[in-house]
Ligand binder design. Structure first.
Ligand code: UGA
Length: 432
């Protein structure tokens, strides 16, 4: 295997995972960021991102000398064969991706890139960004490649090292070949495309997953009205190999830092070229509706009015296994409940203390039992497995009401019923 000199610009969850994993594959990696405190921590093996296996890879990379951290893109680029750009592309005001950080990094790199090196866009960027990056660089000797990431939070290292596919979009075969060689040890299928196709593959994948979930959530609502059970229905669908089992679990709506942002960005890109994309619009509307349905259900459980009513929230993060609250359906639902006057007690094993971005309308409690104390209803919003093993008899004693709204269908109905609680799921008829 050829060992390359790699620069990674951005030590966020994509950049740091990319840097640490490429170092573990034997490449010499320099990872840059603009945050000195973060760099100092990383240089001592301290990772602030909650990602299984990441810390170990960082520590190993530092010990073997294959991974270093430096301040600024220019410092990392010196001597690099390949420069990965892994910077945030947040949602702008109009829903389109905001490329300001990316463009700043490209401007910084322009005059310092070694001759013949390859710049790789790993950030999620709209179609046309690879071409625009090449224009901004203005360097005939530097090729730009689009190589989107498909890492899930909570299993980013696992996803990086065992990818379903590696997509490499470039017009320059030598540059595409060099990027493919970086990943050679993984033995994963490599799909070589043009840059526009690679860029659209990323958005299409996330938007498809979001649309699939909205479809499942809509079927779940039908199940509630028609006396069916969504868990049986999704299994019956998933055994069809054309459909498959994964990404079919109903919930409180999809969230996180990627699916909501990328669906909106794709919709804006489509509109910009005169395409309406109604199915994607419907997926987004259905997701908003899914969160409203949860609020309706809680209102119903407490007798029709939420004003002055205490509600317990189990889970605040957008999914289990992460401490990430960005675009979490749990927080959207909490905001709505609070707007109607509910008093909210919340608990999340991944969020031990209040963090920026978290609404101050939730009183963060130390345990699930504290969150249940005196509540008229308890809502499970994130599928942390440990919630299943709570002492539900004790919770029943602590609750003022009887209803547990389980938006992830996580809990054991038998255990809850035995504790005298009404277990309200998604996609199953309501308990009488
Ligand atoms: C997502 C994609 O899955 C990754 O492939 C992609 O690389 C990443 O975005 C990104 O663009 O960086 P992630 O945001 O970590 O990964 O979250 P997912 O695991 O995909 O979950 C997204 C949302 O769907 C969560 O709110 C989750 O609770 C929900 N979900 C997922 C369900 O409601 N049901 C399911 O069956 C699966």
């Amino acid at each position: 295997m050829v060992e390359f000199n790699v620069a990674v610009v951005g030590a966020g969850y994509v950049g740091l995972t990319t840097a640490a994993c490429l170092a573990s594959l034997g490449h010499r990696v320099v990872c840059a960021d603009v945050n000195l405190a973060k760099l100092d921590g990383l240089s001592h093996g301290e990772t602030t991102i909650r990602e299984p296996g990441l810390r170990e890879l960082v520590v190993n990379g530092l010990e073997t000398g294959r991974l270093r951290f430096v301040l600024g893109a220019a410092a990392a680029a010196s001597g690099a064969d390949v420069v990965f750009v892994c910077v945030p592309t947040p949602m702008g005001r109009d829903g389109a991706a905001d490329l300001t950080t990316l463009e700043t990094v490209v401007a910084e790199l322009r005059d310092v890139l070694p001759p013949g090196c390859v710049v790789v866009n790993k950030s999620t960027v709209p179609v046309g960004t690879a071409v625009r990056t090449a224009e901004l660089l203005g360097r005939a000797d530097v090729a730009v490649v689009s190589n989107p990431e498909f890492l899930r939070e909570g299993s980013a290292v696992e996803d990086f090292l065992n990818p379903d596919r590696i997509v490499i979009g470039s017009e320059v075969p030598e540059a595409a070949g060099r990027v493919a060689a970086l990943y050679e040890l993984l033995g994963a299928p490599v799909l070589r495309t043009g840059p526009a196709s690679a860029e659209i593959i990323k958005y299409a994948s996330n938007s498809y997953l979001a649309t699939r979930l909205s479809f499942v959530n809509a079927i779940a609502e039908l199940c509630e009205h028609m006396g069916a059970d969504i868990d049986d229905v999704r299994k019956g669908m998933g055994f069809d190999r054309r459909i498959g089992m994964s990404f079919l679990r109903p919930g409180p709506g999809w969230g996180g830092s990627c699916l909501p942002k990328d669906t909106r960005a794709l919709l804006r890109s489509a509109e910009a070229v005169g395409c309406e994309f109604p199915i994607l619009h419907a997926a987004i509307v259905t997701n908003v509706r899914q969160q409203e349905l949860v609020v309706d259900r809680v209102r119903q459980a407490v007798g029709g009015r939420l004003a002055g009513v205490r509600v317990g929230l189990l889970g605040l993060t957008f999914k289990a296994g992460t401490d990430d609250l960005r675009d979490s359906p749990a927080l959207v639902i909490a905001e709505r409940l609070a707007t109607e006057g509910a008093e909210l007690l919340g608990y999340d094993p991944g969020v031990p203390s209040p963090v920026p971005g978290m609404t101050d309308r939730i009183r963060l409690m130390e345990t699930a039992y504290h969150a249940a104390s005196g509540a008229a209803a308890l809502i499970l919003l994130t599928e942390w497995p440990e919630f299943r093993d709570l002492d539900w008899e004790r919770i029943a004693d602590l609750l003022a009401g009887r209803t547990v709204v389980d938006t992830r269908n996580l809990l054991d109905p038998f255990v809850l019923n035995k504790a005298g609680l009404a277990h309200w799921c998604v996609g199953r008829p309501a308990p009488q």
